[in-house]
Ligand binder design. Structure first.
Ligand code: CNA
Length: 281
């Protein structure tokens, strides 16, 4: 979009204008879309950042290609690399960031319509975002089951296996013996039903916040496009991604997302509450 094109809804393409929209009560159905970039400050590497990303560091595991760690056929033949990674990423090892906490504040204030996350680290739940406001589009480590007979596997046992970096086997009475995998979506697997049943929700948003995602993985990457024309969409990311910035009401906040979120909190007058809530988690 021509930078001179005036926005339809915002007074200008700035965080101050976005904050004003919220303060005026004109943004009450906020839809948030997040990815690995909101958890890097918690110490969890993203996939694709050069040098620090997980894919870069998976080179040491001798995979045919880095994505193989999340491919179901590769997992069946060699689950060890995935479990090495699971040991590192398992919930409980990390704390939510300022960006996660901001989403909790939106929910507390009754402004969060829905959070769509690609993350599997469960940090949104840990930050206190209500479960019924979260769509974990790529599943999570919260539950697990046998890849063959689909029988769920107990959480406490799973935790022990993951701590040891070992792949558990199905313990169903009829001795299935299949590999157990957390309910995170691997390449080629269906997204959870809750994603499909809520996929139209971004069309109901009056404000969209996109944070810490490369918007490269479909169908998730298509969610921001579902916002109606004239609905402001704000990107908090290190780089410009997807079609963000192509609409007159898009605001690009390039840089680390915690800094961007703190700026928005400043504009809203929520900064002290944000920091206090974050410290209290
Ligand atoms: P990605 O493709 O690795 O992209 C991350 C994006 O975030 C990139 O555009 C980065 O520039 C940006 N970024 C990194 N750090 C910051 C930061 N501090 N502030 C702002 N922006 C930042 O990750 P996506 O989530 O887009 O890709 C989808 C995959 C990654 C999903 O299937 C996830 O399950 C998967 N993943 C999840 C986690 C997690 O749960 N924390 C970690 C790694 C990968």
């Amino acid at each position: 979009v021509d930078p001179d094109t005036p926005p339809d809804t915002l007074s200008d393409r700035s965080l101050r204008a976005v904050a004003q929209l919220i303060k005026d009560g004109r943004a009450k159905q906020v839809v948030v879309m997040t990815g690995a970039g909101i958890s890097t400050a918690a110490g969890i590497p993203d996939f694709r950042s050069p040098k620090t990303g997980l894919y870069h560091n998976l080179a040491r595991l001798n995979l045919p290609h880095p994505e193989a760690v999340f491919e179901i056929d590769f997992f069946r033949s060699n689950p060890a690399p995935f479990y090495l990674l699971a040991k590192e990423l398992y919930p409980g090892n990390f704390s939510p960031t300022v960006s996660h906490t901001f989403i909790t504040l939106l929910a507390k204030k009754g402004l969060l319509r829905m959070l769509f996350t690609q993350n599997i680290d469960c940090l949104e739940r840990a930050a206190g975002v209500p479960a019924d406001r979260i769509i974990e589009a790529h599943g999570s480590f919260a539950t697990q089951r046998c890849v063959d007979c689909r029988t769920p596997f107990p959480d406490d046992l799973m935790r022990e296996y993951v701590k040891r970096g070992e792949a558990p086997r199905c313990t169903r009475r009829e001795a299935c013996g299949g590999l157990v995998k957390p309910d995170i979506v691997f390449f080629g697997e269906q997204l959870p039903e809750t994603f499909h049943s809520n996929v139209a929700v971004p069309g109901l948003a009056d404000l969209v916040l996109v944070m810490g995602t490369s918007l490269l993985v479909h169908p998730f990457a298509g969610l921001p496009c579902r916002a109606r024309e004239g609905v402001p969409r704000v990107l908090f990311n290190l780089e410009r991604v997807g079609d963000m910035g192509t609409r007159a009401d898009d605001v690009l906040v390039l840089g680390d997302c915690d800094s961007g979120i703190r700026k928005l909190a400043d504009e809203l007058g929520w900064r002290d509450e944000l920091e206090a809530t974050w410290r209290g988690i």
